[in-house]
Ligand binder design. Structure first.
Ligand code: ZN
Length: 308
């Protein structure tokens, strides 16, 4: 984490406020509900919801993960697309095994990463097939405030498939690149004139955190396993090529970004989708049409990393 005193203070205040208003103890019924985790890239499910997934497996819940993309473009020019895609699938299988999931619990759509939006129809069909086959009561999807286009494209495809499936389901949106903002991450090399904009966007993300996130799942006793599972994604956590272009998750924000996923709680923006009303049952959350607004929350990523 960053050692900046204002950033540390801001984080402490935001987490304290969030803990005071969000639901922090999922019921046994919640934990044992069949769940489908929808992951844009092979590692997002672990980063954003890995401890929650482990809690559910421990509670005996049937769990499946659907990966949208193949990862061929995550380290462009450093490994052939085919090699990289195969490696990332191997990594996901190893991670799944450590979670207690078998091959049959993992679904790979293998769509091209960095341009998932171009494969929207295939993505919707893939999610729809998984929903029909598995009939989960909970679905985990990327958070609407993500800053990576593949994550937002995965969310749009997920919500469209859920709408077409037409069954009531509890949705939990998990953040990944949302954390790439002040005060969670500071960029020491940022030019002075750029710092106000960075801090302003960070304050906006702080307000968004408090407004949107309403469910905190405790990670106590699970973080070591979460780290071990994340380590299965070797292409994302270690340098497989001696080249500065091969960026690891641990290098982003001098390590502060990665530590965002190892806190006392995993936060979620949670709501119920009901086909009869097409509205969330939680009045604090917007209705479905707003959830699938293509323009909503789309911003350019503050870095060029494509793999996570
Ligand atoms: Zn990702």
């Amino acid at each position: 984490m960053t050692r900046s005193i204002p950033a540390r203070a801001a984080r402490r205040v935001l987490w304290s406020l969030l803990r005071s208003r969000a639901k922090t103890s999922p019921s046994q019924e919640d934990l044992s509900a069949p769940a489908l985790f929808l992951s844009p890239h092979k590692d997002d499910e672990t980063l954003g919801a890995g401890a929650t997934l482990l809690s559910k497996v421990a509670a005996g819940a049937p769990v499946k993960i659907l990966f949208f993309t193949d990862g061929r473009n995550s380290c462009q020019g450093l490994m052939s697309p085919r090699e990289l895609s195969a490696l990332r699938t191997e990594e996901a299988l190893a991670a799944g095994s450590k979670m207690g999931l078998g091959k049959e619990d993992l679904i790979f759509l293998e769509l091209e990463d960095s341009r998932l939006e171009d494969f929207h129809d295939q993505a919707v069909q893939g999610v729809l097939a998984a929903l029909e086959d598995f009939r989960p009561r909970e679905v985990y999807i990327p958070y609407k405030g993500e800053t990576i286009e593949d994550h937002l494209a995965a969310r749009r495809a997920s919500l469209e498939a859920l709408s077409r499936a037409g069954r009531p389901v509890r949705v939990h949106e998990y953040p990944v690149w949302f954390w790439f903002a002040w005060p969670w991450v500071t960029i020491p090399r940022l030019a002075l004139r750029e710092k106000p904009a960075w801090i302003f966007s960070g304050l906006a993300s702080g307000f968004r955190l408090l407004l949107d996130f309403n469910r905190l799942v405790p990670t106590e006793g699970l973080l070591e396993r979460k780290r071990e599972i994340l380590a299965c994604y070797k292409s994302q956590t270690t340098k497989l090529a001696d080249d500065p272009r091969w960026t690891t998750l641990g290098e982003i924000g001098d390590g502060a970004f990665l530590e965002c996923f190892f806190r006392a709680y995993e936060p979620f923006h949670s709501y119920d989708l009901s086909p009869s009303t097409e509205e969330t049952l939680d009045s604090k959350n917007p209705p479905l049409p707003a959830e699938i607004n293509k323009e909503e929350g789309v911003t350019s990523a503050p870095n060029s990393r494509k793999g996570s």
